[in-house]
Design a protein around this ligand. Structure first.
Ligand SMILES: C[S@@+](CC[C@H](N)C(=O)[O-])C[C@H]1O[C@@H](n2cnc3c(N)ncnc32)[C@H](O)[C@@H]1O
Length: 225
């Protein structure tokens, strides 16, 4: 028997998520990663404009579990794309807020491409009522959108091109509560791109501590002490 999903979700939502992950993987299998232009070029943006590049399903499920465990209700996502991982974040935040009774669920998403943001919104509408009203999607460059009001942040999902990982972390850092968690994707495969972030996190006076988890490509768990 297949193991039960860790998500508390309707069969319709589970099958919708499965469909989104399948579409993303199918697109990714056709990308020629070695011949891509640099991540901060317009050519790269043109190629990525119709791509999900969704976080893998097993990593999304891990994040959902972590969020339920640390009772995260205010979550920031750097890099939202078509909003697949965001559904997991919003579901966990909504369920935590409902369990808690005193806090409001809030997921601040960021996406610089308006066409991707529009698709994300459609996906969230289809994902159902439980996540409605939870996501505050900020369209534009995260170096501007994350400089605005965030509240006290429990969790940061760093799923962004690597040159933006450290700028995003620095913008959210003043808002972390002690014990806040950050998950960053692809940290073994893209270790060179994360060099500045790692140097910042590993600095002697840093309040961050990190471990690399052996998920495909590597997945970093960073805790703000
Ligand atoms: C890896 S994808 C995010 C995937 C998403 N978290 C998911 O699992 O479904 C990264 C996204 O970040 C967006 N992005 C890149 N640079 C950005 C910037 N400066 N500000 C905001 N979003 C940006 C890209 O357009 C892309 O859609």
């Amino acid at each position: 028997m297949a193991p039960r999903s860790p998500l508390t979700a309707t069969p319709e939502l589970l099958s919708f998520l499965q469909e989104l992950h399948s579409q993303s993987l199918s697109q990714e299998s056709k990308i020629e990663w070695h011949s891509l232009p640099g991540q901060t070029t317009n050519e790269f943006d043109d190629i990525m404009r119709d791509k999900f590049i969704a976080l893998d399903q097993d990593k999304c499920e891990l994040i959902y579990q972590l969020l339920r465990s640390i009772n995260a209700t205010t979550i920031v996502e750097a890099g939202t794309s078509f909003g697949v991982s965001t559904i997991y974040l919003a579901l966990a935040a909504a369920q935590n807020a409902a369990r808690d009774g005193s806090s409001k669920a809030r997921v601040i998403g960021t996406e610089k491409e308006p066409s991707k943001a529009a698709v994300a919104q459609k996906n969230w509408d289809k994902a159902g009522g439980e996540i409605q009203g939870v996501i505050d999607l900020r369209i534009g460059d995260l170096r501007e959108t994350l400089a605005q009001d965030l509240g006290t942040v429990d969790f940061l999902h760093l799923d962004i091109w690597t040159p933006l990982a450290l700028p995003a972390l620095k913008l959210v850092e003043p808002h972390f509560r002690p014990g806040a968690m950050i998950i960053a994707d692809n940290t073994i495969k893209a270790a060179a791109g994360y060099a500045e972030l790692f140097a910042y996190v590993d600095a002697p006076d840093s309040r961050f501590r990190r471990i690399t988890m052996p998920y495909a490509g590597g997945l970093e768990m960073i805790v703000y002490q």
